[in-house]
Ligand binder design. Structure first.
Ligand code: HSE
Length: 345
């Protein structure tokens, strides 16, 4: 059966996923019995289109590439223009909403309202937005469950590197005692550039030019981005009710070239480490801060924008996962993982 998709937000990640589903349509159908149709796109900047019979993805992408928005998408039978995000979620015939809007991580909006609206309609959501998961995980997962809807958010931590499914699905049966990770690519890139002699400002500029940093890099350098990811890991993987504000957070502003060089002379490196640890009484505590770690620590070898995470498992031992934590294809891929699981649930 064909699964109908609505894109809420249609920036780089959404477009990359749409292209991926279109270009690999035959392969996904043969391999996974997966047949998707894009029925709606609603984007505050680019405009909105809805066709219950399906939109033409190659024409969507072509129109955006040529004109920057969706106005010039030619008329076709059944086409409706101009529905806003909530109307699209409520009124379209989509089964699953791909929520990839630009979201304010401090309020989680508008993504939280998009998820709520979808779940109330019994529609499923896949998203890469950290806000709804970091700020409203309990409320939204309850709402999804009550309405038999699926909620996938693999890409919120380490994009397409499966930091959430690895501990819960692949390592099922273990008790995860501790999680330590490098969860922010920008700051790790900056620190390793500083190890090569770059100044803090130069390293930040380079990270911004390479597209690693958030629109407001404060979220990266002050550790807030890593703190949201630690909140998601604490709630979802370690099943504890920890709020972002409960996690002490120090960023990398005080890391200087002198400190970095001095550490290297002592066979150590600075890394921005997110840590989530449970004690014997089951109480979970978390922190995000720069830590001076020995050169033979598995996280010390992680350089550039790469992310890494170590799960301390009671049965499987210490398991490390490393890979990209950002990137258009990688993030679009994380949504594909969720769509595959949605299809197979
Ligand atoms: N700015 C983030 C990072 C992007 O540098 O890791 C992915 O969340």
């Amino acid at each position: 059966m064909t699964t109908k998709i609505a894109f809420i937000g249609f920036g780089g990640v959404g477009q990359t996923l749409a292209k991926l589903l279109y270009e690999k349509k035959d392969e996904f159908f043969k391999k996974y019995d997966l047949d998707f149709e894009v029925v709606a796109v609603s984007d505050v900047m680019k405009g909105s289109l809805y066709n219950p019979n399906g939109l033409n993805v190659s024409r969507l992408i072509e129109t955006i590439n040529k004109t920057g928005n969706l106005k010039a998408y030619s008329d076709e039978s059944g086409l409706v223009r101009g529905m806003d995000s909530l109307e699209t979620i409520k009124k379209s015939n989509a089964d699953v909403i791909v929520e990839v809007t630009f979201t304010d991580v401090e309020t989680g909006q508008p993504a939280i309202d998009h998820c709520k609206a979808a779940f109330k309609e019994g529609k499923s959501v896949v998203t890469t937005n950290k806000g709804p998961v970091a700020l409203a995980y309990r409320e939204l997962s309850k709402l999804a469950k009550e309405n038999n809807a699926y909620w996938g958010f693999e890409g919120t931590v380490m994009s397409g590197t499966p930091a959430l499914r690895l501990p819960l699905v692949t390592l099922a049966g273990n008790k995860i005692k501790e999680i330590r990770g490098i969860l922010n690519g920008t700051t790790n890139y900056m620190i390793t550039e500083m190890e090569k002699g770059c100044s803090y400002e130069e390293a930040l500029k380079k990270a911004q030019n390479l597209g690693y940093a958030e629109a407001d890099p404060t979220s990266d350098v002050d550790g807030f981005d890593a703190r949201y990811k630690a909140t998601i890991l604490a709630n979802y993987v370690m099943n504890t009710e920890l709020k972002a504000n409960d996690i002490p957070c120090v960023g990398i502003r005080n890391i200087t070239n002198e400190k970095v060089s001095e550490a290297l002379r002592e066979n150590k490196v600075w890394r921005l480490i997110a840590k989530i640890k449970g004690d014997e009484n089951g109480q979970v505590k978390a922190s995000v801060q720069p830590e001076l770690i020995e050169i033979n620590d598995p996280l010390a070898g992680v350089s550039g924008a790469t992310n890494a995470i170590v799960y301390e498992c009671d049965l499987a031992g210490s398991i490390m996962l490393t890979g990209p934590g950002a990137g258009l294809t990688e993030t679009a891929y994380s949504l594909l993982i969720d769509l595959l699981h949605f299809k197979n649930q």
